[in-house]
Design a protein around this ligand. Structure first.
Ligand code: HEM
Ligand SMILES: [Cu+2]
Length: 652
């Protein structure tokens, strides 16, 4: 029994015991809190069963910030290990596990949900819609992401973490290379949340195509919504590839097939091709919405229409298509030959063109604008030089012959963090600050925000600039220690210092949020930034039904136009009649169905076939239960709308 438990729970490391204790204390704390303050019913009715896109967005947001913390702690542990030569802070096995979980968590469980948070909170409001196209599916997507992420995180304390890198190349990720359950956690954690991501892609594609307010032609749609459309199209083509790839890896591991093992007649390069056919578009999936955010922020805070709206739209669409023709640049060195490498080098460099167009458009928008240096604008301004340098080093990597030198070196690490942090994270943070008043009805404190901004930014350059040099000096990625004789020590020490500065930046942000919850300036207008798009035409936070009257759109920058010409919602003092509003009903099924997936994934991870089957049976039962549900919607009566609008300070 004791032996069995030993194989089940991860043992032997003080860090992990620390985590065990922390998990137990946190869980107990939550249970006691909910029971003591009698919050169970509230939690169930208001959150776990909600189908409201705004609340789902907030749940995504909270989860992704928690995952940013976990991924960030992983990053700091790695940087601590690398700060000094011959260090024994972590052993090699632990280091491998940490870079694997760090990469996986940051991309799939931090960036993706952060992005979905903003999709959910903003898109329906920007379109003048009352909800997404499929609210029930939306809740299901969230819970699939959530339980997938929990399954993945569980590997830290139960069974052992995966250690084959964030893309898990075979043969290392095959049974012979990774015999424990860690790799199965990877497969099922990502598989379950990935299905949720695919559903979100479909949901928002349909929402954008079908739910726009009357008059909002596609070419009048705000650029953030356009960027979401581009991202969703990319999701819809990319994620099925991921699903199949992981399923095939599972078949290899579970049934002893040899699809990806050379010894049995399979081919590991097949896996590498497949995973990057998803993996490359994936980085554009996360960066495209950031481009949309920058566009909204730049035009709002320069008080100008965005420069080159049409070229923005086309460049985003071109990027989303081109992103499928570059995947081989991740393995130029693996023997595809000069002609194939040349093709993929050129397509990769070609992406620089539409991206450059966008950068110039942002600059031209700011040119002669009345710029106000708000927090969203600061992050946007910091993004531009950062992304330009990251893009330039990307073009360097795309030179196929030169990549034989850079490949898998620290130069690459510096490059992709520069675009992922400078492009994606800065973008989402800009979006967070921009839409925060819309989500919660108050602004985030400026002074603490500036501290966070500067520590993050200075920390970023201190951390990652030395890594370019380290790459040229021959330091490769995924090394866990090195000797004094390499001459890498000073650069690594500086880099670690920068990483900690970024950590302090994150602490400032947490402090900023907590401080502002108590002392934040309330937004009573609903339009604190003097915005241009429809989400600013309604009160903050938005009422359950978003728009009491569906707005009519006459031009791009719809809300700006209404304010200028005093028509539509801006002059809605006229007593238009209210009509009952059709809404979807809450449901517990998404939560239970995803929980059953969790059980199934857990069973399959440990190869407890019966647990797996029980979980899948649960999923089937939930599907059946849903198909027998008849009353899935209701109407909000007119008096209730009147009361809500009046309480929000709207004239009715
Ligand atoms: C707080 C800032 C961050 C620091 C200090 C940091 C640090 C690191 C370090 C030290 C490694 C391992 C390098 C190696 O030994 O191979 C790494 C890998 C990685 N990081 Fe980060 N990171 C940060 C943020 C991010 C973010 C925001 C993302 C994505 C959105 C990200 C994605 C990745 C990926 C995909 C890998 C590759 C993992 C692998 O080799 O399998 N990181 N990072
Ligand atoms: Cu790529």
């Amino acid at each position: 029994m004791a032996d069995k438990a030993k194989g089940f729970f991860v043992t032997g490391d003080p860090l992990i015991y620390g985590a065990d204790v922390a998990i137990v204390i946190t869980l107990l704390g939550i249970l006691v809190f909910l029971t003591f303050f009698k919050k169970w019913g509230w939690l169930w009715r208001e959150w776990l069963t909600t189908v409201d896109h705004k609340k789902i967005g907030i749940m995504y947001l909270v989860s992704s910030l928690l995952m940013l913390f976990r991924g960030g702690v992983d990053a700091l542990l790695m940087r601590m290990q690398l700060a000094f030569p011959n260090s024994h802070f972590l052993d090699s096995q632990h280091y491998n596990e940490i870079f694997t979980t760090h990469g996986t968590i940051m991309i799939l469980f931090m960036a993706m949900p952060f992005m979905f948070a903003l999709f959910n909170i903003v898109v329906p409001l920007q379109l003048g819609a009352r909800d997404v196209a499929y609210p029930f599916l939306n809740a299901l997507s969230f819970w699939l992401f959530f339980f997938g992420a929990m399954l993945f995180n569980l590997s830290f304390v139960v069974g052992g973490s995966p250690d084959a890198g964030w893309l898990s190349y075979p043969p290392l990720s095959e049974l012979a290379g990774s015999p424990g359950p860690g790799q199965n956690f990877y497969i099922w954690g990502i598989q379950i949340s990935g299905i949720g991501s695919l559903a979100t892609g479909i949901n928002f594609l349909v929402t954008i195509l079908k739910m726009r307010a009357p008059g909002m032609k596609l070419m009048k749609m705000p650029l953030f919504s356009w960027s979401v459309l581009a991202s969703c199209i990319t999701i819809i083509f990319a994620f099925p590839v991921l699903t199949v790839t992981l399923a095939l890896l599972f078949v290899d591991r579970f049934f002893g097939a040899h699809i990806f093992t050379a010894t049995g007649g399979g081919n590991p390069m097949m896996y590498v091709n497949l995973i990057w056919m998803w993996g490359h578009p994936e980085v554009y999936i996360v960066v495209l919405p950031a481009f949309g955010i920058y566009s909204e922020v730049v035009s709002t805070f320069s008080k100008k229409k965005i420069f080159g709206y049409k070229s923005m739209v086309f460049s985003m669409m071109i990027i989303s298509v081109l992103s499928y023709f570059t995947w081989v640049h991740h393995f130029f060195t693996m023997g595809a030959g000069a002609d194939v490498n040349t093709f993929f080098a050129i397509t990769t460099m070609a992406i620089g063109i539409p991206t450059g167009v966008k950068v110039f458009n942002w600059l031209f928008t700011m040119f002669r604008g009345r710029i106000s240096m708000t927090q969203p604008m600061l992050w946007t301004l910091a993004f531009i030089p950062c992304f330009v340098v990251g893009g330039a080093t990307g073009v360097m990597l795309a030179v196929a012959p030169a990549d034989y030198q850079y490949h898998n070196s620290y130069f690459l690490i510096a490059h992709f963090h520069q675009v992922l942090i400078g492009g994606v994270v800065f973008g989402y943070l800009a979006g967070l600050y921009y839409w925060w008043p819309k989500m919660f009805g108050f602004k985030l404190n400026d002074r603490l925000g500036k501290w966070a901004f500067w520590t993050w930014n200075i920390g970023f350059y201190v951390c990652f600039m030395p890594q370019y040099a380290l790459g040229f000096m021959g330091m490769t990625r995924r090394v866990y220690t090195y000797g004094w004789d390499m001459g890498w020590a000073p650069y690594n020490l500086v880099s670690t210092g920068g990483a900690f500065l970024m950590g302090i930046g994150f602490v400032f942000q947490v402090w900023q949020i907590l401080y502002s919850i108590k002392n934040g300036e309330r937004d009573l207008t609903g339009d604190p930034w003097n915005g241009r798009t429809l989400e600013w035409s309604i009160p903050s936070p938005a009422p359950l039904y978003n728009f009491a009257h569906i707005p009519k759109v006459r031009s791009d920058d719809a809300w700006w136009d209404m304010k200028e010409h005093k028509h539509g919602a801006a002059s809605e003092k006229e007593n238009k009649e209210f009509e009952p509003i059709h809404m979807p009903k809450n449901s517990g099924i998404p939560f239970f169905m995803a929980a059953c997936w969790f059980v199934a994934g857990f069973g399959l991870t440990f190869e407890w076939v019966w647990v797996g089957i029980a979980g899948l049976a649960g999923v089937a039962i939930c599907l059946l239960a849903r198909s027998f549900q008849r009353k899935t919607d209701y109407y909000i009566p007119v008096d209730e709308i009147k009361r809500t609008e009046a309480s929000l300070g709207r004239v009715v």
